[in-house]
Design a binder for this molecule. Sequence first.
Ligand SMILES: [Fe+2]
Length: 289
Amino acid sequence: MPLHVNPADPSRPDFVGDVADIDLRNADDSVRRAIEMAMDRFAVLIFHGQLFTDDEQIEFSSRFGSLGISTISLHPDHRQRFDSRLTDVSNIDIDNKIVPPTDRRWNGSMANRLWHADASFKTLPASYSMLSARVVPSWGGETEFSDLRAAYDALSPRMKTKLEGLVALHSMAFSRAKLGFSDFSPNETKTHAPVPQPLVRTLPRSGRKTLYLGSHAGEIVGMTVPEGRMLLHDLTEQATQREFVYRHTWKVGDFVIWDNRCTMHRGREFDMSEVRDMRRTTVNDSVPA
Ligand SMILES: [Fe+2]
């Protein structure tokens, strides 16, 4: 079944597709294949008016592979609002009350505003993330996406040669430390052991090369910590120039799929006195990076 996809920004025809006229709750296997093909080109797809229940979102997302479990659920004090296959990207608690700025979960998730790729700190990291907008604030809370394939293509030949074969260490502790957050449970600490990931990877179906970056990356194997961090900093700066970035302003019912293997993303500030309720499903990649 063909998808009706238009580039969200005509000046960048191969990054971020806007999909029309489809109800994903009725998706069959031909829709899954069409989405995968479109994802190979665009890396980010935006759907509108997708009024999923939680079970429907889990069912739809499961068609693309096994689903990751929310790392928030690892903390003993956390009372999960729903199935742990859904990551709670909201500012409300189990009683539907807005959490205060001092809330532990909220402080941890503040790192979502740093450029990152979901679950890059896992040995088998995420391929697709799928985020459903249930309640959106009246201003702010946008999500920005960076195209790491285009950023790689634009590197100098000298830099491409330098990056060949380099391995970065990723840990959730690295990204949280950037904001001064270190309140981890023993269970979380165990899962935060640094995981090696290639700095450049080749995408399985398209064969395109891409950077693999994000705030979870904290060191480069074989380099001093400052040298590795400087390289990661420079690459992130390069990849987040405006020419490689698309900003999505959410409406209720928007459902966005992005490929973590070749994009970074970050949330933007919003009015914390208003509810922002987003729910994410995350597909585990089938092979290591
Ligand atoms: Fe994220």
